[in-house]
Design a protein around this ligand. Structure first.
Ligand SMILES: *Cc1c(COP(=O)(O)O)cnc(C)c1O
Length: 459
């Protein structure tokens, strides 16, 4: 096919849902009533919902068709065996345990393998993974490379784990590490990929120390395509083969299928050998369900079996990674700074750099997120001092290390004209950015405060 500059959405649309477009005057009272907290805005009042890429995918006609032929038998469902075969072929792992979503897989694995004092290294643990590890009294240890913490670094694989630190850590603590991990792509680190070379090296370190290696595979397809695009030695290799090699380097994986499974709910654990399977299945029966459905309806397993194959279509992946890249380039050209390079599933606006007149204690990220809602109907997520700020013993304010606004993109949901429309509005926003004002927290809940906190604009 001739090479064009425009990367098109590689699908045509069969089912549509109207997009709500409200005016600024209509949104303003809704935002006030929500206490300037976007988690409390009704979805029907949002035009572009970039809160998360989790479970927000549009399913294909083939997925919907597969759901109709699902076998809802309690035990030994045909749909389970189809799903199991797809996972086995994709990963090469023999044992497949379905769960209702990613954190259920984490809870099973952590619940059956961790004891107080144990340690689990990774590049960056996702927050539910960390919480499940810590809930068992164990320690979640992040060993991402230094470039992964620098928003300005344009290292092609900022999700890489620091191999010398991993080796030193494993040498010092091998006996306390029941398994080691790597998250692909590195969600906590901004959806940044891990190179195949880094996964090979991490695998070798874990093997040398006799430590099983579990991949958090939520975005394995996006990561595999980044490898194909950015890793010299892997250019031109089919993405399916890259994914297959990644899985072959580990002892197993766990996955939230709400990301690269292209479904709205689902997850699984897959393992190479049988050693842990019995205890995992016992826990599964206790809290999720029988081993051939694990907390899901058979129709969910059918949709997932199809999604896991569709996600490796290279035209889909080319389009998928073009979304963040396209929007980043357009916003950067307007003078809106974003974390570099753009990741796979999300774009992060650096609100501290964009709104230098609003100090961290007045939540520049939250102020920008609110303005994006008022001006554009965009729902984004602040990842800064509203989420992670703390108070010292004397009540003084301790800011988060960065003030970011995350735009996470649902898969196959929005089109290029949606993004062009947005960019047009952003141009206008840039011209009056100095008039944006900060916020103060009017109600501060003790835990996970970003979900329920209330804010007020400064007078
Ligand atoms: C979403 C996510 C999880 C947790 O999965 P849920 O389906 O939300 O429970 C774990 N790890 C990573 C990297 C994720 O992105």
């Amino acid at each position: 096919m001739e090479k064009r500059r425009t990367i098109i959405e590689p699908f045509k649309i069969k089912v549509v849902e109207p997009l709500t477009v409200l005016s600024r005057d209509q949104r303003a009272p809704l935002l006030r009533a929500a206490g300037h907290n976007l988690f409390k805005i009704a979805a029907e009042h949002v035009t572009f919902d970039f809160l998360t890429d989790s479970g927000t995918t549009a399913m294909s006609a083939s997925q919907w068709a597969a759901m109709m032929v699902a076998d809802e038998s309690y035990a030994g469902s045909r749909s389970f065996h189809k799903f199991e075969r797809v996972v086995q072929q994709l990963t090469g792992y023999q044992h497949v345990i379905p769960t209702h979503q990613g954190r259920a897989a984490e809870r099973l694995l952590c619940g059956s393998l961790l004891k107080p004092g144990m340690k689990v290294p990774s590049n960056n643990h996702f927050d539910t993974t960390r919480a499940n590890i810590e809930f068992m009294g164990a320690e979640a240890v992040d060993l991402v490379i230094a470039e992964g913490l620098d928003p300005k670094s344009s290292h092609p694989f900022k999700g890489n784990i620091d191999i010398p630190r991993l080796r030193a850590f494993c040498s010092a603590h091998a006996k306390e590490i029941p398994f080691g991990m790597i998250t692909i792509t590195n969600n906590t680190g901004g959806g940044q990929p891990v190179s195949l070379r880094n996964i090979r090296e991490a695998s070798a370190v874990y093997r040398e120390h006799g430590i099983p290696f579990i991949i958090d595979a939520c975005r394995f397809a996006e990561n595999s395509y980044f490898i194909k695009l950015r890793e010299e030695t892997e250019r031109g290799r089919p993405v399916q083969e890259i994914a297959r090699e990644i899985f072959s380097l580990a002892s197993g994986c766990m996955m939230s299928a709400k990301k690269d499974g292209l479904v709205n709910i689902g997850g699984f654990i897959a393992l190479h050998d049988a050693q842990w399977v019995e205890s995992l299945r016992s826990l599964l029966i206790l809290t999720e369900g029988f081993p051939t459905y694990g907390g899901l309806a058979a129709r969910d397993l059918e949709a997932l079996a199809v999604g896991l194959e569709e996600v490796l279509d290279e035209r889909y992946l080319e389009y998928r990674l073009a979304v963040t890249r396209y929007l980043a380039e357009r916003l950067n050209a307007l003078g809106i700074p974003t974390v570099q390079p753009p990741g796979g599933h999300a774009l992060y606006i650096d609100a501290k750099a964009f709104l230098p007149h609003i100090p961290p204690q007045h939540f520049p990220g939250q102020a920008l997120a609110c303005e994006l809602y008022l001006a554009e109907g965009v729902r984004s997520c602040e990842i800064g001092s509203a989420m992670f700020g703390k108070r010292g013993a004397d009540g003084s304010f301790i800011p988060a290390p960065m003030e970011l606004v995350r735009l996470a993109f649902p898969r196959r949901v929005y089109t290029q004209s949606h993004f062009d429309y947005l960019v047009e509005g952003m141009e206008e926003l840039v011209s009056r950015k100095d008039s944006l004002v900060g916020l103060q927290m009017a109600h501060e809940p003790p835990f996970l405060r970003h979900f329920t906190a209330r804010f007020e604009p400064l007078p």
